[in-house]
Design a binder for this molecule. Structure first.
Ligand code: T1G
Length: 678
């Protein structure tokens, strides 16, 4: 098979090119070709300088993740990097697209780096539960200093070429259309000059002069890094770069890398990397299905959801017409959207003109007729079937043929809603999660009659508005809420049987969720939907509301809150629950945290298995995508399905049986056959 690497002489410059779509991943053939190219340059006396570049959309975007876990085949990436750096002739990296991970390490091993302004550079290995494994944590601090290296290595977010130039990672920005020749020119200009090797530089001493740098960085980012192993390893590796000789630092990096590679967190995060991409594919819809061009979107309802949904499209540059029934509701809704954008601008994440640009694409209206030329209309009105059907009947009348009519319903039957129209093929569910302009998850609910082009359009559009979409079938609660209801059921049952409600929260917090169900109840308000009759107590929540315990806003709910909203478990609440339980005939007993965790999480796995069995999700990894992006399931465990495989399905089944909880045939069969869900 032809090598993905080719070389071409341009006068005294050898240009080594990689053509390895889709992202020039540094697979074995690429690594071998690069090494051979450097050797060719060394042995050719006419060559005085080298450029390394890539064809296609991007410079090397990292090691080839599909090779992980397989027996490594030489030459290794560190070997290739060392060969590049050792070259006696100047080597220039010509960067476009995204130079990520191993790609950034190749660039660091080069003696110079030139990039087009639209390029990005980064070390996202932490997002795979790893750290750079080809001396990136040792070369980068020597080139740009420990302080500038820490965010790149530990948070894993890429930076634009301009910022890379500012910290010294990129030497020169060149023309978008003239990268190859500008890089060759740049290389020629370095012939005869001393060769700058990043492994010999000493900018990393800032971390030695200010050793608090590392703990300060760890503390500043503590919440985001909670539970993850790789970020801390990244900090250790960058610290080592300042304290050790290069070779020793590389050894330290390799130790840390190997430990992470062998751990469950990296396996989980690599699973998630592919899961997120797989979720966008619909198995029975051809990849070349023609898409509907969505030039204008209509949103019905300017409340929290409607406004949040609208912002997703406005931020992606898609005009939105938003409809309300009354002027004051419309004004309130659009006012909230503007305020949200202005807050984002205050945090420096948007410019003023971007705010005006987004708001300039918004057309508020009270008239359904103004939706007539929309290509997609999404309703986010009251969660009531009759109301939804009325809206869809109206839309069917007013909106042009071929337009998609979507409901943001979180559990109602999309097929029934579709019967209110003469275009069931164009009806789909687009279930956003609150706050809709922030939460990444979008459950795309495929109706019985939803057309392929409508579904394919929804998936493509989800990427355009920065969402992670997963397809769900029509069932109560779709994928996420259906599994959530099982956890909620057990949480409520557990406290009636004597489990301490704060321990139920702690189990989920310790597992890695951002919040437990009782904390969540206090935050949202326990009195939502309360009938306001203190004498009528049929649930624990009603018992608490009867005592004015409405949650954080009342200073007390399940917990007591101080002025800083710090929560403390309440003996009064413990008693209220015990009294209520006794009235209901529930005997109280001490319940261990292990039992709590099994009863909260295993029924979710069982429900996920049923969702798969019924074909309500295309694949187990889609369920992981839903829970990680919609409900804060800790990424480093890979999601409920991957986590169940890690625990072992036989252990899950045994746990469910031990607690007298139902086991689906699908899950039992998988466990008996020793198979995995993912
Ligand atoms: N290896 C293998 N395949 C990859 C890949 C990679 N590194 N990156 C992307 N793909 C595939 C992806 O699965 C998809 O395949 C297609 O390319 C398009 O990707 C030693 C150890 C580059 C920003 O973490 O962030 O280097 O679905 O849909 O949205 O220190 O891909 O088409 O069959 O995401 O335009 C470090 C991971 C690796 C970068 C492009 N590098 N990739 O985004 O397209 S570890 C990364 C990305 C490492 C060294 C360490 C993104 C992208 P398919 P896509 P995109």
């Amino acid at each position: 098979m032809a090598s993905p690497i080719s070389t071409e002489k341009h006068g005294n410059v050898l240009v080594i090119s990689s053509d390895n779509p889709p992202v020039n991943a540094l697979g074995q053939a690429v690594r071998e070709g690069l090494k051979n190219g450097i050797e060719q340059a060394a042995s050719d006396n006419e060559i005085e300088a080298v450029v390394i570049r890539c064809d296609g959309r991007t410079f090397f975007a990292g090691a080839d993740i599909t090779e992980f876990g397989k027996a490594p085949k030489g030459p290794s990436l560190p070997e290739v990097c060392d060969a590049i750096e050792a070259s006696e002739k100047p080597v220039v990296a010509a960067i476009h697209g995204t130079a990520l991970g191993g790609g950034c390490e190749i660039a660091l091993a080069c003696h110079y780096r030139v990039a087009v302004p639209s390029a990005k550079l980064g070390l996202p290995e932490v997002k795979l539960g790893l750290i750079p494994g080809a001396a990136g944590t040792q070369r980068l601090p020597r080139l740009v200093g420990a302080e500038a290296a820490l965010p790149l290595v530990v948070m894993g977010n890429p930076i634009p070429a301009k910022k890379a130039q500012a910290i010294g990672l990129v030497d020169e920005l060149v023309g978008e259309g003239s990268l190859a020749q500008d890089a060759a020119e740049f290389a020629r200009s370095k012939v005869g000059a001393d060769i700058p090797r990043t492994s010999e530089m000493t900018n990393n001493q800032d971390g030695v002069k200010n050793p608090d740098l590392f703990d300060e960085f760890r503390a500043k980012n503590g919440r985001k890094l909670r539970g993850f192993d790789a970020p801390n390893a990244g900090i250790e590796a960058v610290k080592a770069a300042g304290e050790m000789a290069f070779e020793d630092g590389v050894k330290k990096e390799r130790e840390l890398f190997a430990k992470l590679m062998g751990g469950t967190q990296s396996a989980a995060m690599r699973h998630y990397f592919f899961a997120e991409r797989a979720a966008n594919k619909i198995d029975d819809v051809p990849a070349d299905t023609p898409l509907i061009d969505v030039k204008k979107v209509g949103i019905i309802g300017a409340g929290t959801m409607g406004g949040g949904i609208a912002m997703n499209f406005l931020s992606a540059g898609i005009p939105v017409t938003i409809l309300e029934m009354k002027q004051d509701a419309l004004d309130r809704g659009t006012g909230t959207m503007r305020k949200n954008y202005e807050n984002t601008a205050k945090r420096g994440r948007m410019t003023e003109e971007q705010v005006e640009g987004a708001m300039g694409l918004l057309t508020p209206t009270l008239e359904y007729d103004d939706l007539a030329d929309c290509d997609l209309v999404i309703e986010a009105v009251y969660e009531n079937m009759d109301v939804k059907k009325e809206v869809f009947a109206k839309l069917d009348e007013v909106v042009k043929d071929g337009a998609i009519l979507a409901s943001n319903t979180s559990y109602l039957d999309i097929d029934e809603i579709a019967t209110a129209t003469d275009r069931p093929g164009y009806v789909i569910g687009l279930h956003f999660f609150s706050p809709a302009n922030v939460m990444k998850l979008l459950e795309v609910v495929r109706g019985e009659k939803t057309r392929d082009d409508v579904l394919a359009t929804a998936m493509k559009l989800s990427k355009k508005i920065g969402k992670v979409a997963a397809v769900s079938g029509v069932c109560p609660g779709f994928i996420g809420n259906r599994m959530l209801s099982k956890r909620q059921e057990q949480a409520n049952q557990l406290i009636l049987e004597g489990a301490n409600y704060w321990e139920v929260d702690e189990v989920l917090l310790d597992f890695g969720f951002p919040m437990g169900p009782f904390q969540m109840g206090d935050l949202a308000g326990l009195d939502i939907g309360w009938h306001r009759d203190p004498s009528k107590v049929t649930t624990v929540r009603e018992a608490l509301c009867a005592k004015g315990r409405f949650g954080q806003k009342a200073g007390k709910g399940f917990y007591d809150y101080d002025d800083a909203r710090q929560r403390t478990p309440s003996d009064e609440v413990k008693q209220i629950i015990a009294d209520f339980a006794e009235k209901e005939g529930n005997a109280q007993r001490d319940i261990s945290k292990d039992e709590i965790r099994e009863r909260l999480l295993y029924p979710m796995v069982n429900e996920g298995a049923k969702i798969l069995e019924e074909g309500m999700a295309q694949r187990a990894s889609d369920i992981d995508v839903v829970w990680i992006n919609g409900y804060g399931w800790p990424l480093y465990t890979g999601g409920p399905m991957f986590w169940a495989d890690t625990v072992g399905l036989d252990t899950v089944v045994a746990g469910l049986e031990k607690h007298g909880l139902p086991v689906s045939d699908y899950l039992r069969a998988k466990a008996q056959k020793g198979e995995r869900l993912t």
